[in-house]
Structure formats: C-alpha cells, structure tokens
Design a protein. Structure first.
Lengths: 106, 467
C-alpha cells in the first residue's frame, strides 16, 4: 500500500492512491488522528479503525454501508453534540468525533 | 425574467443534460444537488482543490471521455444556472422545493420540476451483513473513485449485475486484491441474453473486456452462487460462505465484501409530488410512471429523467435528461427541436433493448430474498429481523408493506426502507403466498433524508421567504 499519514494497516479502508495531500488533524474519542484534506469523515474513521458507531439496538458495531448518503448508517456525534453523516462530511482541522455512547437518531 | 421557473433536482448525467437544453433555450434553471460537485454517482468527481491528481482515465476507465464531456458541459453552464450544490431537497409541496443547505433552510418555488435523482444499489441482506467491512458495490466504487481508498485489503464482491464485474475490475486494476466475484445469476442466463446485449455492442464488449481482465488476473469468478453468510467477529469480516451452482458449500477468506443486486431508483421525491407508480414485473420494482417523453403521469409540469425514473444506465440518462427538457419546452409553448426528439427516442429505444438483455443476464434473485433466515437482520436501521416481518404477516395479518412496517418497524428507520424495502416486499409476499405486486410499496415521506435537529423549525413556511 502506498503511504499516507497516520496509523496504516489497522483500519478497514486502505489508501491506494491520492496519498499526497495536506494532513488534517482531527480527534476521534479524544485521540489525535491525522487525515488528509479531501477525506470524508467516514474515510478518516475507517483508515484509522474498523468501526464508526455501535448500533443503538445492541447488535454490534457499524461502519457505514452505502457510502453515498442514502443508508444513514454512518451518523456520528461531534464533541459539541452536533450530528454528522460521516460519508458526506469532509474533515476539517479541529473536528472532534465521539464514537462511543450516543447513537440516537439525528 | 420571462419563461417558466424550472427546478432540476440532481446534477448527474440526466440533470446536466436537462440544464444544458434549458439554458440553450434561454431559461435559467435552478439546479439542486446533494453533492459538492456535479457528475452524479457514476461520474462523481474527487473533492475540489484538495490535491487529488488521478486523471479521468484512471477514475472512469472506458467512460473517461464521457465523464470529461459531462463535467465540461456542467462547468460551462455555471454562469447561466442557479446552482445550489450540497443541498438536500427534503420535501416538495405546493410547487415548492424545500431545501436544507449549509445549515440553512431554503424554499424554491417552481412552475416546472425535473427530477433527476439517480439510483442506488439494490441489496439483499444475508447473515452477517451489518458487520463493519460490508459495503454496497456502489459504496466500494465511491471509496475508490472519490477517495482513493479500497474497502479492505482483500475484498470479495457478491451479488449480480454489471456493477459487480465493473467494481471488481476497477479494484483489481487499482492494485487491490480481489478474493472472488460471486454472481447469483445462472451461467446460462448471460449466454441467452447475448442477442439483446448486442443492441449496445460497444458496451457489451466493454463488459466482456472486464470479465477477461478478471480471468487474466486469475480472480475466481463464479456464477449461479447462493450466498450463505458474511463471517467474522464483532467488528471484522473474515470470510464469506456460499453455495456453488452445483450445491457445494464453500468459504473464502476476505476482510471486506461489496454487495449489490442491480440498482433501484431514488424515487422518494417523485412519490412526494404525487407521481403515479407502476409495478415493473421484469425488475420487480415500483417505478414512477412517465409518458414516452418523461412527463410524470398525473402531475403536470413534473418531468422524470435518468435512473431515478427507471434503471437504464448513464448513456440513456443523458438522453432522458435532454428529452425531458424538450418536453418541458414544448409544454410551456417554447420552440423546441422536434427532429431531435425523434432521434433521442430512437437511441433510447435501442438502449432499452440492451437494458432488457442486462436484466435477463443478471436477474434479481427474488428467491434468495424470500429465503433470508429468520434470525437475519433485515432492516439495519431498526435492527428488525426477517423473522419479525414474517411474524407480522402471519400473526397480525399484515397483507400490505406499509401495514407490515407499522407492526414490525421494517422500513421505519432513518433510511426509509431504501436498503431493506426490496427484500422486505419479497419476504412479505412469499410469507403470504401473495403476488409481489399486491403487497405494494413503502411510501416516501418528508423529510426524505434525516435533517439535523431544529432544521424543520427553521424551515420557511410555504408562501414565505421564497428565493
């Protein structure tokens, strides 16, 4: 796999192109994570890890599904309590996401 | 400004060509699109000004020239249209489109409406499909095209339809490991469809090229399979279990699955404006009804174009967008080129014959949907199992899909049944021993997609604050 930044190899998604973009630092559950400008939040979360949220019905982890804003499986919460659909939101410096706990409807 | 006020929803192949025709005839349409850049899903562009460098040939393969032309057309229209990207049309009522855009509510009134809303994957749930690592085929493609990412180190692709082979070939070509391509279509179906497929010989040829490419790379391609389960742990996929055409059970190792059984129209807005729907027995889908030129049946001034009306592919969508715009011009007493209308009809007729061939080659495997195990999650929004839907049918006598939704919560979640709807209808009909058409279709309702809390309170009332 070509480079990119941040921890590579443990996530669900892997970069195979377009890895030479400006780094953007976001926080996932308080931990700083380096994404690239132009990444969606879903990409950033799944390059870094394997889950986006827990199902509110207790049936396990979820990580999005349609990647095009239709299935509504990838809504996450910011540290400020704002709800974002990860696959249609681009990362920006300082964005802080909380994946644990709250997974209520937007 | 003179002339009808036109709203176009969608900036993919159909929406772009509709806008182009209207601009050429001195109208200035409002073009509303959810994406930040035009192109739709098929010709989706990487984010702007972010340092993405892959050329069109790498992104769109054989279709690079078409993608470039469509993008150039749209970019050339920018000063002549009222373009509202990153905007969700969440409701349409009383000739007004209600938008949510950049954290603000907007309302746009119109005299004529062109719905070019596109399509998404049609899904059949299987045990384990909610695990992280399972994505739609379209989603797998978006990750690659729009983000330069693959959905896993070793992905398997499962389902049926041309997208199955296209995405697998695109992944392989991009350097990803493809574990297998597993097609539920019976092997003889493709051979029988060849005469129809020759109606678009070039496209057929490209399909064969993709297949040859998969073979050349020694990627296992199996037809006639029956999917059994996605295997894995709490947040990992480790494999896929399936039955081969001759009945042998197999497992392949993979860490991601791309899943899809053809496409389905995004027809929620057509529903809200009051379009009539008809059941298409070939694709086993309810489709908004139009006349031969794309006019919505029962709703004057509303036009449908592209895969949002009926799945026919991107080439047909470009023609349909143009055709809908011509019908609109004619209806509003504007001069329009009748000769071009006949040429479009002729070309679309040929593409429709090709499409019939695709449907024959890659039939929707209704029997697989009907046999989803009771314990399998059917509705991933509300975590409702297939068994709970069957129980709603048997014990509460739900004979129609919206009744079954009320009893079981299937289709009641955030996606409004976009994902589970097709399989839910098959299960309900099979449980009742009824014809699929008789169980009806899940109704669209506003907002067609979730809005942030407080957005509805901020929405301008009909008749006020119109822009």
């Amino acid at each position: 796999m070509t480079g990119g930044t941040g921890p590579q190899g443990h996530g669900q998604f892997h970069r195979i192109a377009e890895a030479h973009r400006r780094p953007v630092v976001i926080r996932i559950d308080g931990e700083p994570v380096t994404a690239l400008v132009g990444d969606t939040l879903l990409t950033a979360l799944l390059i870094h890890g394997r889950r986006v949220r827990s199902s509110e019905f207790g049936d396990g982890a979820r990580a999005g599904f349609c990647v095009m804003g239709a299935c509504q499986d990838c809504w996450v919460t910011t540290a400020e309590g704002e709800r974002l659909r990860a696959c249609t939101t681009f990362v920006r410096d300082g964005l802080a996401i909380v994946t644990a706990g709250a997974a209520e409807a937007p | 400004m003179t002339g009808p006020r036109v709203v176009i929803v969608g900036a993919g192949p159909a929406g772009t060509r509709a806008a182009e025709v209207l601009v050429r005839h001195s109208l200035r349409p409002v073009v509303i699109d959810e994406a930040p850049r035009s192109g739709g899903q098929i010709y989706r562009r990487p984010p702007e000004a972010a340092g993405f460098t892959r050329p069109a040939a790498a992104l769109y393969g054989f279709e690079a020239a078409k993608a470039r032309r469509l993008h150039a057309t749209f970019d050339g229209l920018l000063s002549q249209i009222d373009y509202r990207p990153e905007a969700l049309v969440w409701n349409i009522a009383d000739r007004t489109a209600y938008l949510w855009r950049a954290g603000r509510a907007e309302a746009v009134s119109f005299d004529a409406l062109v719905l070019a809303t596109g399509a998404m994957d049609r899904v059949i749930p299987l045990p384990g499909w909610t695990r992280p690592g399972v994505f739609t085929l379209g989603g797998a493609q978006v990750a690659l095209k729009h983000q330069g990412c693959v959905i896993g180190r070793r992905a398997a692709f499962l389902g049926t339809g041309p997208l199955l082979y296209l995405v697998a070939a695109q992944y392989a070509r991009a350097g990803a490991e493809v574990a297998a391509v597993l097609d539920t279509a019976p092997p003889e179906a493709g051979r029988r469809a060849v005469p129809q497929l020759l109606n678009a010989a070039g496209t057929f040829g490209k399909g064969l090229f993709y297949l040859a490419e998969l073979w050349a790379r020694r990627i296992p391609v199996e037809t006639g399979v029956r999917p059994l389960a996605v295997l894995g742990g709490e947040d990992t996929v480790t494999g896929l279990r399936y039955r081969t055409a001759i009945g042998a059970e197999r497992e392949i190792a993979c860490d991601a699955v791309g899943l899809g059984y053809g496409l389905k129209p995004e027809s929620q807005l057509a529903d809200l404006v009051g379009c009539a729907f008809r059941f298409d027995r070939v694709t086993r889908q309810w489709l908004p009804e139009t006349d031969a030129e794309g006019r919505a049946v029962g709703v004057p001034g509303v036009y449908l174009a592209g895969d949002g009306a009926a799945i026919a592919g991107a080439d047909s969508a470009e023609l349909a967008g143009e055709r809908a715009a011509l019908a609109l011009l004619a209806d509003f007493g504007r001069p329009w080129p009748a000769l071009r209308g006949r040429e479009i009809a002729r070309r679309m007729e040929r593409l429709a014959r090709f499409r019939a061939g695709l449907e024959a080659a890659f039939p929707f495997p209704a029997e697989i949907a009907q046999a989803i195990p009771n314990s399998t999650i059917l509705c991933r929004c509300e975590s409702v199992t297939a068994g709970e839907l069957r129980r709603a049918a048997r014990e509460f006598g739900a004979t129609e899909i919206n009744r079954a939704k009320a009893f079981s919560r299937v289709g009641m979640g955030r996606c409004q049944g976009r994902i589970c709807g097709p399989a839910a209808a098959e299960i309900l009909a099979a449980t009742l021993g009824a014809d699929i058409e008789s169980v009806g279709r899940l109704r669209g309702q506003p907002p067609v997609k979730p809005l942030p809390a407080g957005a509805l309170a901020a929405a301008p009332a009909a008749g006020t604050e119109r822009t």
